[in-house]
Write a protein that binds this ligand. Structure first.
Ligand code: UDP
Ligand code: MG
Length: 333
């Protein structure tokens, strides 16, 4: 513990590198040597003045941390962060982003599904398009089960329908971002994080970069069904309050149906076509049922607004301001 704290503290005072590469790792002892080899080779060949490689150990139970601290001891460009327990991919990535200093930040997974060698092309796209984010969009996903591919495709389509911002489909966290995107992300305190959605929410110019996703280099996926479902719930609830509005919708539908049924029960009552009391009971149930749904919908709307407010996201972000002339100098109050 003392040793790990000392590693991190020492590096916090290091020179600001041009690029930070952030990699969350959970039980990745089998991939770490090859990951280090390929990432350092790719970054050394990239047209950048310097880089830092931030490896975040997300409470691994294998030898990942020993290996990471070994890499850190031998290479001054490596920063190893040891989380106190397993916090999940998105929070491990958040920890790494908080400790990054580079003007550019490259996010990749530890399993080499996203080829680090693409950094040159991604940087070229960023420069050519004047973009703040170049996000990897999967053309093909090798080595993944049909279930994973089908559920991911269905999930991204559904998210596209309900989310209040455009979140690109078939896009993971593999991306190159500028410092202002990273700083904004770091300033967003929400706990249930769906980082690719948060980056979309931030805005500025974001362009896709199509690539073929490789198979995992070694080991098993660290996203079992349970984690995938939680991730999907975080994504949907983080970017949409439509589930809370379901009650209003149900209230509107049952209200419409109630009116039709009320007409029917009234006719039955007038024509004496029914047992005594049936019409009044039906009327009461229908009326109160739809009123309850409607009131739940109103409460859902207020709850949703409170929820959005509690996220503490910035109200707006300004990309540029143009002045016809120099702005007047501010005079102190
Ligand atoms: N990961 C993590 N914490 C977790 C689960 C995963 O840091 O609790 C890391 C993992 O080591 C990898 C990345 O998140 O670098 C993505 O995980 P994985 O490749 O297993 O997901 P998949 O590609 O199968 O969806
Ligand atoms: Mg993977």
């Amino acid at each position: 513990m003392g040793l790990s704290a000392c590693f991190v503290d020492e590096r916090l005072h290091r020179m600001k590198p041009f690029l930070s590469c952030v990699i969350p790792c959970f039980n990745e002892e089998e991939t770490l040597p090859e990951l280090y080899r390929r990432v350092t080779a790719a970054l050394e060949a990239a047209p950048i003045s310097g880089y830092e490689l931030i490896l975040v150990n997300d409470g691994s139970q294998d030898d990942s941390w020993t290996m990471m601290s070994g890499l850190c001891a031998n290479d001054t460009r490596v920063v190893a962060i040891n989380l106190a327990r397993n916090h999940g991919h998105q929070l491990a990535l958040t920890a790494g982003l908080h400790h990054s200093h580079g003007d550019l930040v490259l996010v990749i997974d530890a399993d080499l599904q996203d080829p680090p060698e693409l950094i040159n092309e991604m940087m070229a796209v960023m420069k050519k398009e004047g973009a703040d984010v170049v996000y990897g969009q999967r053309r093909q996903r090798a080595g993944e089960t049909w279930f994973k591919r089908a559920s991911a495709a269905a999930f991204y389509r559904f998210l596209g329908c309900v989310a209040e911002v455009d979140i690109p489909a078939d896009t993971g966290d593999f991306r190159l971002m500028t410092r202002r995107i990273t700083d904004t992300l770091n300033a967003m305190p929400e706990q249930h994080r769906f980082i690719r959605g948060m980056v979309s929410w931030i805005g500025y110019r974001q362009v896709p970069f199509l690539y073929d996703r490789a198979a995992r280099f070694a080991g098993e996926t660290k996203y079992p069904l349970r984690k995938m479902l939680r991730f999907a719930v975080d994504a949907i609830t983080g970017f949409s309050i439509s589930p809370l509005r379901l009650a209003s919708l149900a209230g509107a539908i049952t209200g419409g149906l109630a009116i039709l049924l009320l007409v029917y029960t009234l006719i039955s009552w007038v024509t004496d076509d029914t047992v005594r009391g049936w019409s009044s009971i039906m009327g009461t149930i229908l009326l109160f049922g739809s009123v309850q749904m409607f009131v739940l919908g109103i409460m859902g709307e207020y709850l949703g607004r409170l929820y959005l407010q509690s996220k503490g996201r910035p109200l707006f972000l300004i990309a540029d301001i143009c002045h016809a002339q120099e702005p007047p100098e501010e005079t102190p109050p």
